[in-house]
Design a protein around this ligand. Structure first.
Ligand code: PLP
Length: 416
């Protein structure tokens, strides 16, 4: 995790005040205080985000880019203002490279159908890694099946680190696109994107980065990373569901035909043919999730106010505490022990099924995810059908980790 924040920033971090700004965190589940450790699945929302969405519908609601009346202008300016905020947040060279999507999944599919499909030939390859989410596997398989291309994967170590030399060794002239997660949703591994991007660039292969799990925790600078596409999802970034971003270099966007057609993405339409608007609008057919993006803009403001350096440092301390605490649990197997790792802990306990564990923990007020985490190939690599996963955010506390460990002890006793 990033530890750029000074001790002063961390000392000034008042977790009780922060938590008071997330209404859901004060609720109870099964009569116990909620311990929300499912942040990698979706994060909770601060009052600023909830209020921004509420205020939009109460005061500004109108469609965007198609009305000259006051509400239409206010809605358009709030929606496009969110694009400016996101462009700055990821250090995009221009706001026109920021495409709004419904989430990472739609971002990946846009690249699959608008970039990959028109280019792929029989025998071509798309390179991913063993630790990818299905969103960074299945769209490539769909376009590969149509074109005779295939999806190949670079291997990882048992401790959950990408074997970089193996990734680079697979960058042969048949590879037309590489896709790598910035942070693994199962293992927490932070991948060395700059190094991978450099290797891809040297061979003229575009690199797409799945930033779903990175954007809420690490400062993202797409120019410094050197990648070609970057996808993220708003609901993990403390914003509303149904919001996401695809960033792509403008030269690539200019060459990509649109994937969805309809209103708001055209320049002219006649029955003889249609010409398209420039990016980003070319990729945003139809009425978008306006209130959602206004909320995502508020989420970005919120994260900026706390600072990703501070968030990284707080989560780093929580992760170290969690890691030590989990080591004290008898019979616990941890998946993902990369040197560079986010606060995501996948685990199994001897003799306990992950779903039983998650269900019983829920009765203690602790929300963790159980299942394959949309990462079947990774589960196959470890030879397990499922794991339990506790994923932390800066609003979690050591007391919650203690409560989680106590709940695990109770569950183990129950099932012994
Ligand atoms: N990629 C990763 C690494 C994820 O963790 C997720 C969500 O869990 C996704 C992609 C898909 O995101 P969404 O469902 O918001 O499109």
């Amino acid at each position: 995790m990033s530890t750029q924040a000074s001790r002063g920033d961390i000392a000034a971090f008042d977790v009780a005040r922060i938590r008071a700004g997330f209404p859901i965190l004060s609720r109870q589940v099964h009569g116990k205080p909620l311990v929300y450790f499912d942040n990698a699945n979706t994060s909770q929302k601060p009052i600023e985000v909830i209020d921004a969405v509420d205020r939009f519908y109460r005061e500004t609601n109108a469609n965007v880019a198609r009305a000259v009346h006051s509400l239409g202008e206010a809605a358009t300016s709030a929606y496009e203002g969110a694009r400016d905020k996101i462009a700055r947040f990821i250090n995009a060279p221009t706001r026109d490279e920021v495409i709004f999507t419904s989430g990472t999944t739609q971002a990946m599919n846009t690249v699959a159908y608008s970039y990959a499909l028109p280019r792929l030939q029989p025998g071509d390859e798309i390179l991913v890694t063993t630790m990818e989410h299905h969103a960074n596997i299945v769209p490539w398989q769909l376009v590969a099946a149509r074109t005779g291309a295939k999806v190949i994967a670079a291997p990882i170590t048992q401790s959950g680190e990408l074997i970089v030399e193996e990734f680079i060794a697979r960058l042969n002239p048949r590879v037309k696109l590489a896709g790598v997660t910035h942070v693994s949703n199962v293992l927490g591994t932070i991948n060395p994107i700059r190094e991978l991007a450099k290797a891809c660039r040297a061979r003229g292969i575009p690199l797409l980065v799945d930033g779903s799990q990175a954007a809420p925790h690490l400062a993202i600078d797409v120019q410094a990373l050197g990648c070609d596409f970057y996808a993220l999802t708003g609901h993990k970034l403390y914003g509303p569901t149904g919001t996401g971003v695809l960033w792509a270099r403008k030269e690539l966007l200019a060459e990509m035909p649109p994937f969805f057609g309809g209103g708001e993405m055209i320049r002219t339409v006649s029955f003889d043919g249609t010409t398209f608007a420039d990016a980003p609008h070319k990729f945003e057919a139809g009425t978008p999730n306006i209130a959602g993006f206004v909320g995502l803009g508020a989420a970005i403001d919120y994260v900026n106010r706390i600072g990703l350096d501070t968030i990284g440092a707080i989560e780093g301390e929580l992760a170290a505490y969690m890691s030590d605490a989990l080591k004290s649990v008898p019979g616990l197997r941890l998946f993902g022990e990369a040197k560079d790792k986010a606060a995501v802990f996948s685990f199994l306990i001897d003799g306990v099924h992950a779903h039983d564990l998650a269900t019983l923990l829920d009765h203690e007020g602790v929300a963790v995810r159980s299942g394959h985490h949309c990462a079947h190939p990774l589960m196959q690599f470890y030879g397990v059908p499922a794991t339990a996963r506790a994923s932390l955010a800066f609003y979690n506390t050591r007391e919650e980790i203690d409560a989680f460990i106590a709940a695990i002890a109770k569950v183990r006793k129950l099932l012994a």
